[in-house]
Design a protein around this ligand. Structure first.
Ligand code: ZN
Length: 459
């Protein structure tokens, strides 16, 4: 078919789809008339709201269209990566995994510059861990960061070490979705993008880190630096089980509450001892009630230990660890003020000391206006490569997108393959979605490089 005829047909198909959707709305005709529009008049008017989702046919480079043929090879690569234990505390495994990744990226992009900055964070990361940075064309007019983490939550001695196939394309394995599947997707997308005709217009950096699952304490400065050098970040955390991306994330923090009381005989001198278990319990009950008055705040008292050696001893020590989550950045200070106010009356009592340590290590990832624009372009790329419609959603889990948003870098998150049951031995990845998601990313990059899509200003 002649290209012009194809464009007209595509256009008419879009009009028909929009018309059908419009007619499914309550009182479609009334809505249309009150806007002073009619469908015939709309036909050539691309700016009308009725064409909001209309995308002119996008040409997709053949290197991107042919990614589907690589599915089996990409699934095998993912399986081999998941079989390397790279739990956040396993320095040997992390270094092995980084070497595997570095070799793969060097092979794929021989002209790229490799750096392996240290990610030391005493008390959080094991000694000797490093991030992997792969950078190509640092002077190109557009700079895009692609990020991911290569640590998993499964430690060296975890019983969940090796993959198994649940069916022909579903891989159950440690890190299959979170996020070695995302790393395979990222690599594949760049391999395809590099073969597109305008790639020279976009410079990129891949930043892969070893400590996301424990709060990115060693990598946070690297993300803050990277945020300055780029206009946009693409984060290949897994897509939701229904294919949706991530719109926003809660901010995360940790708190350790340590209560010191005074030991004493349980009965001999009533009132002499100060029971640390009871005082801490009183504090924790108050803490548990705080979310009722603060929508979007989550508090989980994760563990509690301490107490005396015998039942006839008043305990002088108790400690709890608490997970804190907030949706709005402004809730952080308010929540900490409420927490301090709960501790104050206990500290005012003779014989008690309640110490609080910790705070927020990841601010919330709130959706930036530029991200709305980028998401629409991502959806258009998805339609052009035939991926089923998806939306984007808020999630309670944090990612390095939180750090990048806080540093002012717009980012799109959840771009990896579809997966489920993260952080459990049922974790799985639908490997047929790896080439699909890679195709979206590659086409998006191609659209930026060709000028078909202009990245919004950082703001
Ligand atoms: Zn993750």
């Amino acid at each position: 078919m002649a290209p012009r005829a194809r464009v007209i047909l595509h256009h008419l198909a879009n009009v028909w789809l929009k018309l059908r959707r419009e007619l499914a709305q309550p009182q479609p005709l009334l809505r249309t008339l009150t806007r002073g529009e009619n469908f015939v008049a709309l036909l050539p008017t691309y700016h009308s709201p009725i064409y909001r989702d209309y995308a002119p046919p996008m040409s997709v480079p053949s290197t991107i269209l042919s990614l589907a043929a690589r599915q089996a090879e990409l699934a095998a690569l993912l399986e081999s990566w998941c079989n390397v234990n790279s739990g956040s505390a396993n320095a040997d495994g992390l270094n092995r995994m980084r070497t595997v990744l570095r070799d793969e990226f060097v092979r794929s992009f021989p002209a790229a510059t490799i750096a392996e900055p240290a990610t030391d964070a005493p008390g959080f990361n094991p000694p000797g861990t490093h991030a992997l940075s792969v950078r190509l064309r640092p002077t190109a007019p557009v700079q895009i960061l692609l990020s991911g983490h290569y640590d998993t939550v499964y430690q060296r001695n975890d019983p969940f070490q090796i993959c198994r196939w649940l069916d022909a394309t579903t891989l159950n394995g440690p890190g299959a979705a979170d996020m070695k599947g995302g790393l395979v997707t990222l690599l594949t997308a760049l391999q395809a993008f590099e073969q597109t005709p305008h790639a020279a217009n976009v410079g990129w950096e891949v930043l892969l880190t070893p400590d996301e699952e424990t709060g990115s304490h060693g990598s946070a400065p690297l993300f803050r630096d990277a945020a300055q050098r780029h206009q946009l970040a693409l984060i290949f955390e897994p897509a939701r089980p229904n294919g949706d991306l991530v719109h926003s994330r809660k901010g995360t923090g940790n708190l350790t509450a340590t209560c010191h009381g005074r030991a004493g005989h349980a009965a001999k001198v009533p009132g002499d001892g100060c029971n640390a278990v009871l005082a801490l319990a009183e504090f924790l009950l108050g803490l548990g009630r705080l979310p009722q008055a603060m929508p979007g705040v989550l508090i989980n008292v994760a563990n509690f230990h301490g107490g005396g050696a015998a039942t006839n001893v008043i305990p002088d020590f108790a400690e709890a660890q608490i997970d804190l989550r907030i949706t709005k950045t402004s809730d952080g200070e308010l929540l900490m003020a409420h927490i301090d106010a709960l501790a104050a009356p206990i500290n005012a009592r003779d014989g008690y000391r309640l110490e609080l340590q910790g705070g927020f290590n990841r601010p919330p990832k709130e959706c930036l206006p530029q991200e709305e624009t980028v998401f629409a372009a991502w959806q258009q790329a998805a339609r052009a490569v035939g991926v089923a419609e998806f939306s984007w959603v808020h999630t309670g889990g944090g990612s390095d997108g939180n750090l990048l948003s806080n540093a002012g870098l717009p980012n799109l998150d959840g771009l990896g393959p579809i997966g489920d049951f993260l952080h459990s031995n049922r974790e799985m990845c639908r490997t047929e979605t790896i080439p699909q998601r890679a195709a979206i990313a590659a086409l998006f990059l191609h659209n930026v490089a060709s000028g078909a899509f202009a990245l919004p200003a950082k703001g």
